[in-house]
Unconditional design. Structure first.
Length: 429
């Protein structure tokens, strides 16, 4: 089925913040599924005269997911660009299950027409065919959108290639060493939101992706929580109480922030209404309560607490303030995140002196360690629930890595310069 799409201007509000950055991420898949699906993405016709190579980006996206094993163009027996020129036999003999073909051509108005089709090799059948007409500045966005469509067609799960990653970098020796940055999910198009002489912590996306909240120590070295509008670059302080102001987390409707405050003398969880400034205390315990994260239903939170001795994960009912413990494996569990469907709880777990990312199935009660690095922190889940990005240490430097929710796919995201930490995966944009 052919569809013509006028590509939405999804990056307009982000482009207003465009500041060239140095901490570009490099994506390297280190471990994929042994049963990855073979797919051939044929170089698109006309791509040599286009500033962004759409077919290369699509091929890299699908490979990076770990779900697909992509065929190098140099190994292809033919390079068809139309259905009429496609020989399924050429790809059957190479044991390819799917093939993607396409074309790119200028429209004469500063834009391009990008068409592609996904074919099932075994059945000799076209599964998907679409055409986009983006301006030159959105060719990379179109490539990610094509990857999303192919991924969903073949897995049944929405692709997350068009999303963004928010993170903090630290360049020692720089005048303003701390930077709050974001990039495409593949590490490209790095932009800087904020530079500071003092630390920046706990960045968090609003549910609609138009705003972020974070902790900054930029004034007087004291922590304040900011809400930053990405389209206007305007920001405002929403919490500057005495003591700790930390760990902001957006409610699913985007109307509230859960946060950690110690204004009462002890770190507790509060809810801040962003419309009227009303503040509601949700926990009141002599232990340390911190790192709140909303559950998808908006009626519950998970958070880290020391109330049982060491840090463990608890669940809070926002209405009646009842609390129950949900993590029991080991003596240290912290920094919880919840998958968008509410089924999996992701958090940092300590075992044998190593800090790893673990995944707890809230339906079955099972718990699995999904990383093998030993200083993991700050896990954040992709909006389709398929991958987890987290901070870790590599040769004494902070880097980002990603792992699939089942631990079978592992990806490194090393920075060209500086340390990288505190990642946050955007919602669908």
């Amino acid at each position: 089925m052919m569809r013509v799409l006028a590509f939405p201007f999804i990056v307009a509000m982000l482009s207003l913040l465009a500041v060239n950055a140095r901490a570009e991420l490099l994506i390297q898949i280190t471990e994929g599924r042994t049963d990855a699906v073979p797919i051939a993405v044929v170089p698109f016709a006309g791509a040599s005269d286009v500033p962004e190579n759409v077919s290369d980006i699509v091929r890299a996206d699908l490979h990076r997911s770990g779900q697909f094993k992509t065929l190098s163009p140099k190994d292809m027996l033919s390079r068809p660009t139309s259905k009429e020129g496609l020989s399924y036999r050429d790809f059957r003999v190479l044991n390819q299950e799917y093939v993607v073909i396409g074309t790119i051509k200028p429209t004469g108005t500063g834009a391009y027409e990008v068409g592609y089709a996904l074919h099932d090799v075994a059945r000799g059948k076209e599964l998907l065919s679409e055409t986009y007409r983006p301006p030159e500045s959105q060719l990379r966005d179109v490539a990610h959108a094509i990857s999303d469509r192919i991924y969903e067609q073949l897995t049944g799960i929405p692709g997350a290639f068009s999303t963004k990653i928010l993170y903090v970098t630290h360049n020692r020796g720089a005048e303003r060493p701390y930077q709050l940055q974001y990039a495409d999910a593949d590490g490209a198009r790095v932009k800087t939101i904020l530079r500071s002489r003092e630390p920046i912590m706990s960045p968090s996306w609003s549910p609609d992706g138009t705003k972020i909240a974070y902790v900054s120590f930029e004034k007087n070295g004291l922590p304040k929580i900011y809400v930053h509008n990405l389209s206007s670059a305007e920001r405002r302080v929403v919490a500057q109480f005495k003591g700790i102001n930390g760990a902001p987390s957006w409610s699913p409707d985007g109307q509230k922030l859960a946060l950690t405050l110690s204004k009462g003398g002890n770190p507790d969880i509060y809810s801040l209404d962003l419309n009227n400034g009303d503040l509601e205390q949700l926990t009141d315990h002599y232990g340390i309560d911190t790192e709140p994260r909303w559950m998808p239903d908006g009626d519950h939170l998970v958070f880290t607490s020391s109330r049982s001795g060491g840090p463990q994960i608890y669940q809070l009912n926002v209405d009646d303030k009842s609390v129950r413990r949900v993590s029991f494996e080991g003596a240290y569990n912290a920094r919880p995140e919840v998958t968008p469907d509410g089924r999996y709880l992701v958090y940092v777990h300590r075992r044998n002196g190593s800090f790893n990312v673990g995944v707890q199935d809230l339906q079955r009660g099972t718990f699995d360690i999904v990383t093998q690095t030993n200083m993991d922190e700050s896990p954040s889940v992709a909006p389709n629930g398929s991958m987890i990005i987290y901070g870790t240490q590599h040769r004494g430097t902070g880097v980002l890595q990603a792992v699939s929710i089942d631990g079978r796919v592992k990806v490194e995201l090393p920075s060209k310069e500086g340390e990288v930490r505190e990642p946050a995966w955007s919602p669908f944009l």
